[in-house]
Design a protein around this ligand. Structure first.
Ligand code: BGC
Length: 372
């Protein structure tokens, strides 16, 4: 009910028409359709609202929908945007099943920007905007390196870690994991760090990656897996760290640890990303170790600047973002073509600099009040 209320409110706000800068005949301002994947991870509500207001600021109409982590629902929402005459879609997909809707849009001459998540296995679009997701993962690896002081640790007194990955249906999850493991693998190789449970050396080890992955980024899935690990593989050791791919899952993992007597006075070093208010509070209070701040209001603004340039057929120049090249080209590789991927920079956050997202105005007034 609450979720429905929020989405409805967002939709009503987003559909409100501002200005006439993009007049197209009698129909009014040009329509941009905004398809967000889910609401159970907090960031998407902010992303959706920011995208809609940035579009409206530039004279566009915006329609905003959340896919409820269900691709069939999201595809219907995209069809709705097409029926309503959208000229451009900003899509953060649930999974690869989105490609049929993307191909329909392409057939209708509608431009598509993949937002935050790549649309894999499609050659029907040209633009992708996201953060440097490999670096997000490297920051998570760095958090564990720093939190466990791995540079000074020895194989005689090894540290124990267990590994979690994000949704195997989300291309980002592979970059996060590989970035993290690029920092951790050397310590595993030297015996300083020991993995409890499955150990995919990289995301290419599909069988083991599936075992540590968290379908649709669902917190209850991660919590149950952590409880099972604590009662099973990790029973005879004390875990020093858990690689958690985002804040929603980090908090679920911490909850599981807290209900185990062994971890009540000292939690493992747990990583995250998204700088969700609850996790920043947890970091401030010494529970979660780190997060990665991805300023999604900047991402939304950059995406709409890109949309505006595409629609006006202007040269593309996205402030605050770099066009992926060299080693980073793979971030824009859909498997069918390499799209133009514009990358923003993530920021490493621990208890030493947790105020950065607060000072950047990233939090709602309520969230900011809780952090003060
Ligand atoms: C996003 C993360 C988010 C996750 C779960 C990923 O694609 O990049 O910011 O935590 O999806 O929604």
């Amino acid at each position: 009910m609450k979720k429905l209320g929020l989405s409805l409110l967002a939709l009503l706000t987003a559909s409100f028409i501002f200005g006439n800068a993009q007049q197209q005949g009698a129909g009014g301002a040009t329509l941009i359709g905004i398809a967000m994947p889910e609401t159970h991870v907090q960031r998407w509500q902010k992303d959706g609202a920011n995208l809609a207001s940035e579009a409206q600021k530039r004279g566009y109409r915006a329609e905003l929908q959340f896919g409820n982590a269900d691709q069939t629902t999201q595809n219907q929402q995209i069809q709705g945007f097409l029926t309503n005459g959208a000229k451009l879609l900003v899509v953060s997909s649930v999974n690869e099943g989105v490609i049929s809707a993307v191909s329909d849009a392409h057939r209708d001459g509608v431009e598509i920007i993949a937002y935050d998540r790549i649309i894999s296995n499609s050659a029907d679009y040209d633009y992708y905007i996201t953060f440097n997701n490999y670096k997000v993962g490297q920051f998570q690896g760095q958090g564990i390196e720093e939190g466990l002081n791995l540079k000074s640790a020895t194989a005689a007194n090894p540290k124990y870690i267990t590994l979690f990955a994000g949704s195997p249906t989300d291309g980002n999850a592979f970059f996060f994991y590989d970035g993290a493991m690029s920092v951790l693998n050397p310590y595993i190789d030297s015996g300083v760090l020991k993995v409890v449970g499955p150990y995919p050396r990289t995301s290419k080890d599909t069988a083991n990656f599936q075992r540590i992955a968290t379908e649709n980024w669902q917190a209850p899935v991660a919590k149950t897996r952590m409880e099972n690990l604590l009662a099973g593989d990790a029973r005879s050791v004390t875990l020093d760290a858990v690689l958690a791919p985002n804040d929603t899952l980090a908090r679920a993992i911490i909850e599981a640890c807290i209900s185990d007597a062994k971890y009540q006075s000292k939690l493992p070093v747990v990583t995250g990303q998204d700088a969700e208010a609850d996790s920043v509070l947890s970091i401030k209070n010494g529970f979660q170790y780190m997060t990665v701040f991805k300023d999604t209001s900047k991402l939304a603004e950059a995406a709409i600047i890109l949309a505006d340039q595409i629609l006006k057929k202007e040269p593309i120049n996205v402030p605050g973002a770099v066009l992926a090249s060299g080693d980073l080209l793979s971030i824009g590789d859909t498997g069918r073509k390499v799209v133009n991927a514009y990358l923003l920079e993530p920021v490493y956050i621990t208890k030493n600099n947790w105020r950065i997202p607060l000072d950047a105005g990233f939090f709602t007034a309520d969230e900011a009040a809780r952090l003060k």
